[in-house]
Ligand binder design. Structure first.
Ligand code: CA
Length: 416
């Protein structure tokens, strides 16, 4: 697959997320270029419309001169693999084909001069709840430590259908949502801005297949339908959530905005980082039994920047902490015949690790606000404040090669 010793003639700093071994896909525009498909390398972007026009690749123009990746993804994983490997070859040290042509074309642009757009038109969106440490923490806080996991949790990947329309691309700014809440000791609910505004550190996979209603995708076939991944911040209003979620689950506490990183990292690029997950005990039902490992070693972190202040990392986690893997999630989602589409987004659920500094939400990090986080500027946080910027980053790394996601950044604006 990816040769880790290969270098590019495009300068890539060692801590860049966008190495030659990554080559993620996204939608970018410049002051002169309409939104189109691009591939990131270092601080540059390869314009696939121009690459195609100049015959370095030869594909249907509509697939790349397109404001979404959906049509490109619909061609399937093998098609994308071929294009990505061709671009890798064009960019490797020693190959002068494209290098010689760069001076006469505008095939390569500086990332700093571009605007990133939503990579896909999201048809449907599911949010799972698949990190055991997260589910256990929440269950301990809201129920009791002996009963932290509900009886179904280890038998199926719990999830719900969310709101696709309010998923936006980083960098984003989201207003503090308003809604109905009820204090435990209050007789009546009240209305106003959420007081418990939180992030949820998640990743999401995107599907490249369309199935018919009635069809299912088996756990061992799921990978053919999974194209790539992004970082996903499932912003949450905890006080609204607590009052509204019984009996049907999250609603207005979640649908006011979720933020994703703009570059879709392909499963091919992540393949070298495949690893085993937590041992599943009790044994899962046959339709959820996967024949191979499907967790990935992806370092994750969340940083907070108070208005005008310093950026500070407040937690680190890892995608490998998932109890249920994405193949199991997709198999479960479709086992009843639920159809899927190209560009559907499936978020992991908050990804927490076993240690306190590995918790993927303020709710857990501050243990419901009882242990505030002290920031360098002397202020403390129980939850997000207006003016705070929340930045999520993720990357896989080994042998000096980094395959990263860039960032999912959101600034918290006051309620309007
Ligand atoms: Ca979530």
């Amino acid at each position: 697959m990816s040769d880790f010793s290969l270098k590019s003639w495009v300068e890539v700093s060692p801590n860049s997320d966008f190495s030659l071994q990554n080559l993620p896909f996204g939608i970018f525009s410049t002051s002169k270029k309409s939104p189109r498909v691009g591939v990131a390398i270092g601080d540059r972007i390869i314009d696939l419309v121009e690459l195609n026009k100049n015959k370095f690749i030869q594909i249907n123009e509509n697939l790349v001169d397109n404001e979404y990746l959906n049509d490109f993804m619909a061609e399937g994983r093998e098609f994308a693999s071929k294009i990505r490997l061709r671009i890798m070859d064009l960019l490797r040290e020693g190959n002068t084909e494209l290098k010689d042509a760069v001076s006469r074309g505008n095939i390569i642009v500086n990332r700093a001069e571009t605007t990133m757009h939503m990579p896909v038109r999201v048809g449907d969106y599911t949010d799972f709840y698949s990190s055991e440490d997260h589910a256990r923490n929440v269950g301990t806080m809201f129920r009791d430590p002996d009963n932290a996991l509900l009886p179904n949790w280890k038998h199926l990947p719990v999830g719900y259908h969310g709101r696709a329309s309010s998923i936006v691309v980083s960098p984003a700014a989201i207003h503090r949502p308003k809604g109905q809440t009820k204090a435990d000791d209050a007789e009546m609910p009240s209305f106003g801005p959420t007081r418990l505004f939180d992030f949820e550190l998640e990743m999401a996979f995107i599907t490249c297949k369309k199935t018919k209603l009635g069809e299912s995708i088996s756990v061992n076939d799921a990978e053919n339908a999974i194209w790539g991944m992004v970082i996903f911040n499932d912003l949450s209003a905890r006080d609204i959530q607590k009052w509204e979620y019984v009996p049907l689950g999250p609603f207005l506490a979640k649908n006011f905005g979720s933020v994703i990183s703009p570059w879709v990292v392909t499963m091919d690029a992540l393949e070298p980082f495949r690893t085993s997950g937590y041992k599943q005990d009790p044994e899962v039902l046959p339709y959820l039994k996967a024949s191979k490992d499907a967790n990935f070693d992806i370092h994750l972190e969340v940083a907070l920047q108070p208005d005008g202040g310093e950026v500070e990392t407040i937690c680190t986690s890892n995608y490998k902490f998932m109890y249920w893997n994405m193949n199991q999630q997709l198999a479960h989602q479709t086992v009843n015949g639920c159809n899927i589409n190209v560009g559907d987004m499936y978020a992991s659920g908050t990804i927490s690790g076993p240690e306190q500094n590995q918790y993927g939400s303020m709710l857990e990090l501050t243990w419901r606000g009882t242990k505030p986080i002290m920031l360098k500027d002397g202020s403390e946080r129980k939850f997000l404040q207006d003016g705070d910027t929340c930045i999520m980053r993720g990357y896989a790394q080994k042998d000096g090669v980094r395959v990263g996601f860039g960032e999912a950044l959101v600034k918290i604006l006051p309620a309007n």
